[in-house]
Write a protein of this length. Structure first.
Length: 551
């Protein structure tokens, strides 16, 4: 920071007299130059500085302490929002209105005493105006005892229902890796596509978190090569971890990810322009530091937490305090959300989203919303360790087993070891997720797929016996697996629809129609034909084009 004498050199003689008067000094200098020398010499006295600071009103003392604790300077915009502004006026108006006497803000109390000054300094966002304490005064400013730290926000009543904390994203990562092992993923134009088949999406516990799951898989190098498939050297150790250990790995990766931009991923906003940048890592870390002070296991008001962020760290994602150069629109109205007055709609909304989405996906907070009461969240013990950068608390061992039905249906509990669910997914057809269980079925197609991946039927049998619950591998299913090994597929079921028409002549006409013939399957008599269920609407549309309405 500049020294006091350089600061005072820019002040007119009238302002120097005001400064001297407020310090209880009599200025007799005949010109501005000598006045600067006298005032700067008087003010550089440690005893005078201590006495002047001690006489400040509490609000002005707090404003000075805020600058001192920031290392001697703060962005002027941030300082002014909390401590007021210095009203701009020339010598004549200043003499007439005497702002240092007429209801001065804390900022004016400090400025008219030369305890602070304004100047431009280089910052991350370029040249920016700061309020600062002159360098030779800063060392004389006595410490002010910091007030006792209080949690950011306040408690909330316990909700009747809420989303319990579970390792949602860790479970979905296992699903993603298993699918990539079966059907490698592809990058489109350097961007990972999240268009997964509906049958796979039914297995996701938080489909809205799939993009983050993809990004963390790349950040942790769990997926590699082109097309993307699990990297054996990294994916195998990850799958050997418990769900709690996987969650911590994913949470740490999210915390450090510069590739995942929470602000730009948040719904409801659109972003324009290429000349502004935000730092997702430092923004995320600022909120995590405040969350670390929220009591573990206690329901906490989300509104009050957001308000605490606004009070304590409003510029958590804008170090320069710049609220005008980011071109962000409301996605619904198209309105530009510029200026600090839109803090709640951008910065505050981001705080809410971080708590209720990524932290919930990771199973680190429990969330209660939309019950007629205030939104609330609760930090888990795992989250406390993560936020404090402490080791993960020991988790209960996962000893769940697979229920194997005689019909070949495998019911896999959520708590099955990740590596075992990954293996089930490689050998069975994926049916869905219901009532806290993943549902799979052994089919000839899934067994052929397993063989292509180097998993012969005898290994499938050994694996099923190893993971089966107390009912074991049903003898009937074991016999069916052995028969399939010897004879292959001997029966097939297809889920189809039937197109029935009035006459055989009409059906023959449809079979000769170029647009339609490829959709018609096996005949089921002179006036009926099989079609795939997925083709029903397309066949209906083509029939209308031919002048036939279908019932």
């Amino acid at each position: 920071m500049p020294p006091l004498e350089r600061v005072l050199a820019d002040y007119d003689l009238g302002l120097l007299r005001i400064i001297a008067e407020l310090w209880g000094l009599e200025l007799n200098a005949p010109n501005q130059r000598e006045a600067v020398a006298q005032v700067s010499a008087w003010l550089r006295d440690p005893a005078r500085v201590s006495a002047q600071v001690a006489e400040l009103p509490p609000a002005a003392r707090a404003a000075l302490e805020a600058v001192r604790r920031a290392g001697g300077r703060l962005p002027l915009a941030r300082f002014a929002r909390t401590h007021g502004e210095v009203r701009a006026m020339g010598p004549a108006r200043r003499e007439r209105e005497q702002p240092w006497r007429t209801d001065p803000s804390p900022a004016e109390m400090l400025w008219y005493r030369a305890l602070t000054a304004h100047g431009f300094f280089e910052s991350e966002g370029g040249a920016q105006e700061f309020v600062f304490i002159p360098e030779d005064l800063l060392k004389f400013i006595p410490d002010s005892p910091a007030p006792p730290a209080s949690p950011p926000g306040r408690p909330a009543p316990a909700p009747s229902t809420f989303t319990r904390a579970e390792p949602f994203l860790a479970d979905d990562m296992v699903t993603l890796l298993a699918y990539a092992q079966i059907s490698p993923l592809r990058l489109e134009g350097g961007t990972l596509t999240t268009r997964l088949p509906a049958g796979v999406r039914r297995f996701l516990r938080v489909p809205e978190g799939l993009d983050l799951c993809f990004q963390l898989a790349l950040d942790l190098q769990l997926l590699s090569d082109t097309p993307l498939r699990p990297d054996a050297q990294r994916a195998r150790p990850f799958l050997e971890l418990s769900r709690a250990e996987q969650t911590r790995r994913l949470a740490d990766a999210w915390r450090a990810s510069a590739n995942w931009n929470d602000l730009r991923r948040m719904p409801g906003l659109t972003f324009e322009g290429a000349n502004w940048r935000n730092d997702p890592v430092s923004s995320r870390e600022a909120i995590l530091r405040l969350l670390a002070d929220v009591p573990t296991g206690e329901w906490w008001s989300l509104d009050s937490f957001v308000a605490a962020v606004k009070e304590r760290a409003p510029d958590f994602q804008r170090p320069a305090g710049d609220y005008d150069s980011w071109y962000i629109r409301d996605a619904n109205t198209g309105e530009y959300l510029r200026g600090f007055e839109n803090w709640e709609r951008v910065d505050g909304a981001l705080v809410r989203w971080l708590v209720t989405e990524p932290l919930r996906w990771l199973g680190l907070v429990e969330v209660a919303r939309g019950q007629g009461a205030e939104d609330a969240f609760r930090v888990t013990a795992s989250a406390h360790a993560f936020l404090q950068r402490k080791p993960e608390p020991a988790a209960a061992s996962e000893s769940a087993r697979v229920h194997i039905g005689a019909n070949g249906v495998l019911r896999v509990p959520l708590t099955l070891r990740p590596r075992d669910r990954f293996r089930v997914a490689r050998i069975a057809r994926w049916l869905g997720l219901e009532a806290g269980e993943y549902i799979y079925r052994l089919t000839p197609g899934s067994l052929r797929r397993a063989e292509k991946q180097g998993i012969p039927p005898e290994r499938v049998v050994d694996f099923l016996r190893a993971v089966a619950d107390e009912r074991g591998l049903p003898p009937a299913l074991h016999g069916a697996l052995q028969r399939w090994t010897r004879h292959g597929t001997e029966a097939a079921l297809r889920e189809t629809a039937v197109l029935r028409v009035k006459s055989a002549e009409l059906l023959e006409t449809l079979r000769r129609t170029p647009k339609l013939k490829d959709y018609l399957g096996q005949p089921l008599g002179p006036t009926a034909v099989e079609i795939r269920r997925d083709d029903m609407e397309r066949v209906r549309d083509l029939l209308v084009e031919l002048g036939l309405l279908t019932d």
